[in-house]
Every structure is written in structure tokens, then in C-alpha cells.
Design a protein around this ligand. Structure first.
Ligand code: NAD
Length: 381
């Protein structure tokens, strides 16, 4: 069977779905690997590296996928001339495609996959269970994003993070507030702490308190009986009363902070608005905000996709696709995640795909099969 790795053409995307290591592993499984020329270049993987690992190079997208049984991607395939290329119509009928298909942002694409009889898997939907950890693309990429957000903040901040006592005087430490203490937020806390900042953090999930404190940060609590946990360990949308109390707490904390990093997301919903313009106004001149939720609508009023804007003397960073800004590591980890998922679909004896829809991970990620949208959450839409 043939597996194709293609160049990503979505805006701001620098990652690739296979590394030299995973190409070798796929060949060891008995797969023939075809890589589109230039697919890895933005992640510092040269065509020759893939070739030396045993892959065949293809001159463009169409040539790479035309005989493929499996296509591995980072982002969903583009689907119209307006997007630059209609990749979906170039995919062979009945191909198996594994990627991050942005199920909540672009579910309308699923009809296209069904009409081409594509068996499509969206890795973001993998359950957060122990067995799925090695395939958990949200964790591998959010972890790197959390790190990168702190680096971006430090780059925009005109001061240092640690306290410095020098012959020329003492520099006070930076105070950093992290809103949302999931995978990205916890890594942001750890990174900011490593750089010597004083860190506090907030999350609606009570379970986050212990994790935040174990990293040496202060947890900010909102007094309320309401639970922030929704299904699958994710957060839910909070009541108006809770949001009001939360806004007061956040306003207080934002005023005392030099840097705010926001990571709050609710699956399938717009990102909660946590930092308003009046809070930004009350921050000190020269403060920095990084809105990591900008692609989901933003946690911060005034953040703009892929831009650094300045409001009331505060820089608001809305860089898109933070993992792509550290593409080598992001690709290496993503490639392992996608390989581990492929391995789950692979019958090692028969050397062919064996898609067992009874398996919890496969069932949760399968979007289309045999011309139908089979995922219960999206089938009716
Ligand atoms: P996420 O990216 O969906 O959201 C980021 C954070 O924002 C979450 O911690 C969420 O609680 C928080 N948030 C949402 N609304 C908020 C609000 N109004 N104010 C403040 N914070 C808000 O989350 P994630 O990083 O993907 O983690 C989701 C869950 O999955 C967590 O419970 C995490 O511990 C769990 N998880 C489990 C595994 C596993 O394999 N067992 C792996 C990774 C994550």
C-alpha cells in the first residue's frame, strides 16, 4: 500500500505530517512512502533526507496522491480555486486521509470527503484517554504553543523576566498571568517560571489548581459553587453570574501583571472573552498580551489574527499557528502522533488497513466512510 505525504498549503502552516524517523517506520510496516517535493523544507527536512530514508519523491500534490491509498496531512486539504488549489478533488476516491480536519471550524468540508468516498479521520477528536496519549495531537502541539507564547511575549516585552540584582541596581521580576491552565497554559507557566517570572494562573476547572500550584504558580479562584468541567475533561461555557465574578477577579489580576497569556478554549464554541478593552486600558504601559485563542475568536478584545496590535500602550499579540513558529519540533511530534494512529489502523500480518470502528479511538476520530458522514456529532449537520 502507498502512503503520501504532501506539502501543506494552508496559510501560516510550516509543519509536515512525516519526519525521517516516521518515514522509516512506515517503510518497516510494509508501506511504500511517497513525499511531495518540498513538503518538509519549512521544517528543515530536505527532499534528500526523505529519499535517503526510503521515500519516493513526487513533483507536486497531484503526482504524490494519485496512486495513494493513504494520505497524511497536518491540516485539512484545501478545496477550491479561491483557496489556491482544490486538493480534495485531486484525492483519489476511497483514499484514507488522516489529519487535523478542524471539525468545529469547517464541518461543511465533510460532505466533500463523503462525496469522494474518502475515509477521513480527524485527530483532534481523539479521546483524552491514556491509550490515546501517543496520538494526542492537541497535547503535543499545545505544549509547544504554550512554550512559544512565552518566548513571543518575552520578545515583545522591553524588560527581563527574572529579578536581577546588579551593581547598577535591582531589576524587579516580571509578573505573568496565564488564563486557562490546560496543556498550553501549564507549559506557559513552566516556561515563564524557568525564566524567573512570578506567575499566577486561572482556570474554570477546579482540577487545574493543584497542577498550577505544583509548578510554583499562584492559582486565582472565583468563589462559586459552579463546576467548570464539561465532557471529556474539557471546560464548559459558564453562567452569566460566574462570568461576572470571573471578570472582576481577572480585571484585578490583569492590572497587577506585566504579561498576560490567554489559552482558554471550549470545544465547538467560540473562545470565551476574558480580557476586555477596559482591562487592557488598566494595564501598565509596555505590558504585553499574547492571545493564544485568536484563531477561535480570541480571549482578548482587540486581538487580531497574525498581528501584533497596540492598544493603550499594551502590545496584543495574535500570532497564528504558534506550533508552526517552532516547526521542526512541532513536525517531529506531530509525525509521531500520526504514525502511532496509522499503526492502530494497520494489520501487521496482512500488511493492509483494518479499520475497526469498535475501537474507541478510531470511532471517535472517524468522520466519513463509504460515502457517508459517520461521526454522530457531524452526521446530522
Ligand atoms: P483546551 O485547549 O480545550 O482549553 C484550554 C484551557 O482553557 C482548559 O484548561 C480549559 O479549562 C480552560 N478554559 C476554558 N474556558 C475558560 C474560561 N472561561 N476561563 C478560564 N479558563 C478556561 O484544554 P486542553 O489543554 O486541551 O485540556 C483539556 C482537558 O484534557 C484538561 O482537563 C486536560 O487535563 C485534559 N487532558 C488529558 C489528557 C490525557 O491523556 N488524559 C491529555 C491532555 C489533556
Amino acid at each position: 500500500m502507498k502512503v503520501a505525504i504532501v506539502k501543506e498549503r494552508s496559510p501560516y502552516e510550516m509543519r509536515v505530517a512525516a519526519s525521517v524517523e516516521t518515514v522509516k517506520k512506515m517503510i518497516a510496516l510494509g508501506l511504500e512512502v511517497i513525499v511531495e517535493k518540498g513538503a518538509g523544507i519549512a521544517s528543515a527536512i530536505r527532499d534528500e533526507d526523505y529519499k535517503n530514508a526510503g521515500a519516493t519523491l513526487a513533483k507536486d500534490f497531484a503526482a504524490a496522491v494519485q496512486k495513494a491509498d493513504i494520505v497524511l496531512k497536518v491540516q485539512r486539504p484545501l478545496s477550491s480555486k479561491e483557496e489556491g488549489i482544490d486538493e480534495v478533488s485531486l484525492l483519489p476516491q476511497e483514499v484514507t486521509m488522516i489529519a487535523m480536519l478542524a471539525p468545529y471550524n469547517t464541518p461543511e468540508q465533510f460532505k466533500n470527503y463523503a462525496s469522494r468516498k474518502i475515509t477521513a479521520f480527524s485527530l483532534e477528536l481523539a479521546p483524552r484517554i491514556t491509550r490515546a496519549q501517543s496520538m494526542d495531537v492537541l497535547s503535543s502541539q499545545s505544549n509547544l504553543s504554550g512554550y512559544r507564547a512565552v518566548i513571543e511575549a518575552s520578545n515583545l516585552f522591553g524588560r527581563v523576566f527574572p529579578m536581577m540584582m546588579t551593581a547598577a541596581g535591582t531589576v524587579p521580576p516580571a509578573r505573568i498571568l496565564i488564563l486557562g491552565a490546560g496543556v498550553a497554559g501549564l507549559q506557559a507557566i513552566a516556561t515563564a517560571r524557568r525564566l524567573g517570572a512570578i506567575v499566577s494562573a486561572f482556570d474554570v476547572r477546579a482540577a487545574a489548581k493543584e497542577q498550577v500550584e505544583s509548578l510554583g504558580a499562584t492559582f486565582i479562584s472565583v468563589e462559586s459553587e459552579e463546576k467548570g468541567e464539561g465532557t471529556g475533561g474539557y471546560a464548559k461555557e459558564m453562567s452569566a453570574d460566574y462570568q461576572k465574578r470571573q471578570a472582576e477577579k481577572i480585571h484585578e489580576a490583569v492590572q497587577k501583571s506585566d504579561i498576560v497569556i490567554t489559552t482558554a478554549l471550549i470545544p465547538g464554541k467560540p473562545a470565551p472573552r476574558l480580557v476586555t478593552d477596559s482591562m487592557v486600558r488598566d494595564m501598565k504601559e509596555g505590558s504585553v498580551i499574547v492571545d493564544m485563542a485568536v484563531e477561535a475568536g480570541g480571549n482578548v478584545e482587540g486581538s487580531a489574527l497574525a498581528q501584533v496590535t497596540e492598544k493603550h500602550g499594551v502590545k496584543i499579540c495574535g500570532y497564528a499557528n504558534l506550533p508552526s513558529r517552532i516547526a521542526r519540533d512541532a513536525s517531529a511530534l506531530y509525525a509521531r502522533n500520526i504514525f502511532n494512529f496509522l499503526n492502530l489502523l494497520w494489520d501487521k500480518e496482512q500488511k493492509k488497513l483494518n479499520i475497526n470502528l469498535e475501537d474507541d479511538i478510531i470511532k471517535a476520530t472517524a468522520i466519513t466512510q463509504k460515502g457517508k458522514i459517520i461521526h454522530p456529532q457531524f452526521a446530522s449537520k
